[in-house]
Design a protein around this ligand. Structure first.
Ligand code: GRF
Length: 211
């Protein structure tokens, strides 16, 4: 029997992306995976309560007042002890140290609510509206040592409407985030991809034949 892949979820807040991942596992849209641990750096994160209600293993590792790498070392030790195959950042409002990223090469995913490389960082929807883009969306990418920067796995687009404020645009993008994260996790867990430069490409099982 093939053992299930273990996911570790890191979050700091609402947790809707975590819930979408958990729902996808329950519904079989992500096959052969389990959530091995949900970790938050904030005890009051609603996502943690949601994880508890789902009966998932949960740990709060407070970050306040700790050196970045000391906190990262605590989190990494838990993820290793749980033998996590893939780490999914789901609204984790902490920059990760290079040390942490190096512990899990190409095994950390992040979701960002813009079409990277546009609008990295914070206040993403305000940035998009102020810039006047007509299309925005979300990006699921591998995490590297730079903020919102690693190789892109999935992107989804949405229109930006004249009537949009930050809230309306964020809500439209969030719906796509929930779909995109499941797709990206499946791509990575299937292992049928290669990273060529910055491009995440399917290795494909069928060869194109000249015709
Ligand atoms: C999402 O918009 C995600 O793209 C960003 O933080 C937000 C987290 O939302 N990284 P939630 O906690 O998953 O609901």
């Amino acid at each position: 029997m093939v053992s299930k892949k273990k996911l570790g979820i890191l979050l700091s807040g609402r947790g809707s992306n975590f819930e979408a991942i958990a729902d996808s596992i329950s519904a079989g849209r992500i096959a052969d995976a389990v959530i091995a641990i949900v970790i938050s750096n904030r005890a009051e994160a609603p996502g943690i309560e949601s994880a508890r209600k789902r009966g998932l293993p949960v740990l709060v590792v407070p970050s306040k007042g700790k050196e970045r790498q000391a906190h990262d070392a605590e989190v990494a030790a838990i993820l290793k002890e749980k033998q996590v195959d893939l780490i999914c950042l789901a609204g984790y409002m902490r920059l990760l140290s290079s040390w942490f990223v190096q512990q899990f090469p190409n095994r950390i995913l992040n979701i960002h609510p813009s079409l990277l490389p546009a609008f990295p960082g914070l206040d993403v929807h305000r940035q998009a509206l102020e810039y006047g883009v007509k299309v925005s969306g979300c990006t699921v990418h591998f995490v590297d040592e730079h903020l919102d920067h690693g190789a892109i796995i999935v992107q989804k687009t949405v229109p930006v409407l004249d009537s949009d404020d930050e809230h309306a645009l964020a809500a439209r993008i969030l719906q796509q985030e929930h779909i995109a994260y499941t797709e990206a996790i499946n791509i990575v867990l299937e292992g049928n991809h290669e990273i060529v430069g910055r491009r995440v490409q399917s290795m494909g099982k069928t060869k194109l034949t000249a015709g």
